[in-house]
Design a protein around this ligand. Sequence first.
Ligand SMILES: [Cu+2]
Length: 143
Amino acid sequence: MKKILFTLAIFCFATTAYSADVTIEMLNKNKETKQRMVYSQELVKIDAGKTIEWLPTAKGHNVEMLAGPDGYELPKKTKLNDPVSIKFDKPGIYLYQCSPHAALGMIGIVVVGGDTSNKDAIAKLKLTGSKSKKKRDKLLEGV
Ligand SMILES: [Cu+2]
């Protein structure tokens, strides 16, 4: 019994520590939605100061930030197959894509601090291919 309680305590602690961050997987196929070439979570809402980690679960993907709130300095796009962690301090909407699969609609949106004031700018941004645009518009409906 003691052992079970101890295990439970460890599990709860680990879960709490983990929830401070978000992990997004780069996938060739999302087993739940059956969609190909996607991030495991395409729309993520976090508080300012939180960190998101992208994991190269499948090979051949990267993370290329395309836009963020005013004054946000875009980080360099990552190399294929590299994991990356980005801390989001500035509230606003961020849009990113997977460079080789942008035309297939492999994009994602992060909303930080519930701030959607740059939504129009994100909605007007030029993207690669109609699939990306369609997904961007759909994701923006949920921000
Ligand atoms: Cu990709």
